[in-house]
Design a protein around this ligand. Structure first.
Ligand SMILES: [Cu+2]
Length: 236
């Protein structure tokens, strides 16, 4: 009889714990919304008119209108073969970016952006890389003072509700707290497109965008406001 009671109590306890566990899961799933969609990236055809790009990846789709804590991880913005990788780095305000130089030549990474201005000075792959913490949201164009072709963008966001498109232009933003926001889509060489949305608990919103590629990024100045010299100097 005692054993029978023990088994019964054990069974009831297991049942209760599995039920409460289940209730918590479905609550947290219904607390947030999800946004999916497709960004169609158009470019000018050689003979006139527009066509869809084969590769529509790399567009950042992000929400503005609420703040969230920055994730703990750090990001790298690498200099390699006189190019920044990646060309567009989305982060959340408060996150830190490391700038390793993988080349044997000097680079001098800098920005004169009002959102975050900095000058890392010159260093090579044998030197320890320097860090920058981006505390304010906004777009920070990042250049090299030696090589005018080196251009990248740190897009400092208000919150973690962002995603980057795949080759097919599709994106998913999960765990969005309910509320009214702007949703924005941008990548370098496009004009940003924004829309107003309302996210409801447990809802899946579908939002599509169309972005048009412009010819090229206009030239920029060096850190002291002067033009780059005609002949590129590698400072080797
Ligand atoms: Cu450089």
């Amino acid at each position: 009889m005692k054993t029978y009671l023990k088994v019964l109590v054990c069974f009831i306890l297991t049942l209760i714990s599995s039920m409460t566990g289940h209730t918590q899961d479905s609550n947290s799933a219904k607390k947030y919304g999800e946004i999916t969609g497709k960004v169609t990236v158009l470019e000018k055809k050689f003979m006139g008119g527009m066509k869809e790009k084969d590769d529509m990846s790399g567009v950042v789709v992000y929400l503005t209108g609420f703040q969230s804590e920055p994730p703990r991880e750090m990001h790298d913005l690498v200099q390699e073969d006189k190019t920044f990788h990646p060309m567009l780095l989305p982060i959340v305000a408060g996150q830190t970016v490391t700038f390793p130089n993988h080349d044997d030549i000097y680079h001098n990474v800098f920005s004169v952006s009002p959102v975050k201005s900095f000058d890392l000075g010159q260093y090579k792959s044998t030197d320890p890389p320097k860090d920058v913490t981006f505390d304010k949201p906004g777009l920070v164009p990042v250049y090299c003072n030696i090589h005018p072709q080196m251009i990248s963008f740190v897009l400092v966001l208000e919150n973690k509700a962002y995603a980057q498109t795949g080759k097919d232009g599709r994106f998913t933003i999960s765990n969005v707290p309910p509320g009214r926001y702007s949703i924005n889509a941008w990548k370098p060489r496009t004009q940003r497109v924004s829309k107003e949305i309302e996210v409801l608990p447990g809802q899946e919103l579908v939002i599509d965008f169309e972005l048009v590629m412009i010819e090229k990024i206009p030239p920029h100045k060096r850190k002291d406001g002067t033009d780059y010299p005609e002949e590129e100097d590698d400072w080797e």
